[in-house]
Design a protein around this ligand. Sequence first.
Ligand code: CP3
Length: 342
Amino acid sequence: MTKPLLRSLAGETLPVPPVWMMRQAGRYLPEYKATRAQAGDFLSLCYNPDLATEVTLQPLRRFGFDAAILFADILLVPQALGADLWFVTGEGPRLSTITGPADFARLKGVDDIHDTLAPVYQTVRNLSGALPPEVALIGFAGAPWTVATYMIAGQGTPDQGPAHALKRDDPATFDALIDLLTKATIEYLSAQIEAGAEVVKLFDSWAGSLSGEDFARYAVAPTKTIIAELKTRHPGIPVIAFPRQAGDNYIGFHAATGADCVAVDDSVSAEWVARNVQPDGCVQGNLASHHMVTGGEAMVSEVRRIRDALSGGPHIFNLGHGITPDADPDNVALMIETLRGA
Ligand code: CP3
């Protein structure tokens, strides 16, 4: 019996959608915080295959999700390319910046990334032997535009201003960076697939700040290149693309990129997604994360509404973005019970 998540990705409409959650291994779980403390810091946890395997499995033990997502981070690729990376508690990631050709020239080549990333591949191998038979293993990477926004600015930004500025002022360096990240992402995801990932997901968290021609060039084109090459090397590998906050640009994204599934955030309604995106293939989403904090009848009715709105086609139930540290694990259990029950 094929795993439910893989059946949805293959285009089947199931009576109950498979479910997992972005950031399902995370700080809302006391057992995550304990393992992270044992590792020391977040990056040490990402590069420790035994502990990264453990935190990946923790939410499965509690909730019985249909998928496990590799525990790692989208910013490990810049680090593997030679950028400095550290996390400031309470603030987020910091990286050395890319401000022009000299910074770009200091980055490593694509072939050099695997030394740094080898522990991540080991985590995938561990997981691939440790999952319950009905649970699918998802590998992931950031999409080139989103990763570039962090590399250029050296941190997260509200409007991705520094990346837009480099794109305008030094298009040669900007395009070279997108190209390097596209190639590195292909090698990284390919290695995850060889290690046992059964699905891969591309997180384009800042796709919503690209519009018009820029969306086509920097969200659609790199995604399409990555998917085409992965499917050439690994025929049949399903890919989930998440061009977060793409709005109208969600329409046609399956066909434009070759993605098997398009993940949608909660700025679009499930009814809109059913009409405009789901006719093209599987969709994933899109319960607002704040329901995992507040729970109650409002959450229960939202879960049912999204499930019912998307019941006419292939659907993977998820949040619209990652679960937050202030979420209540009891609400996650109630969400799953609601989804699978009445
Ligand atoms: O979903 C999962 O459970 C798998 C693991 C995963 C993490 N990050 C672990 C993590 C995945 C898939 C990511 C993706 C990621 N990382 C994205 C794309 C998705 C999104 O959220 O938009 C981005 C933009 C990043 C970069 C990143 N990592 C930021 C901006 C931060 C700081 C913000 C925060 O939540 O603290 C991180 C840290 C991070 N990545 C944590 C986790 C569990 C928290 C670190 C901790 O334990 O302190």
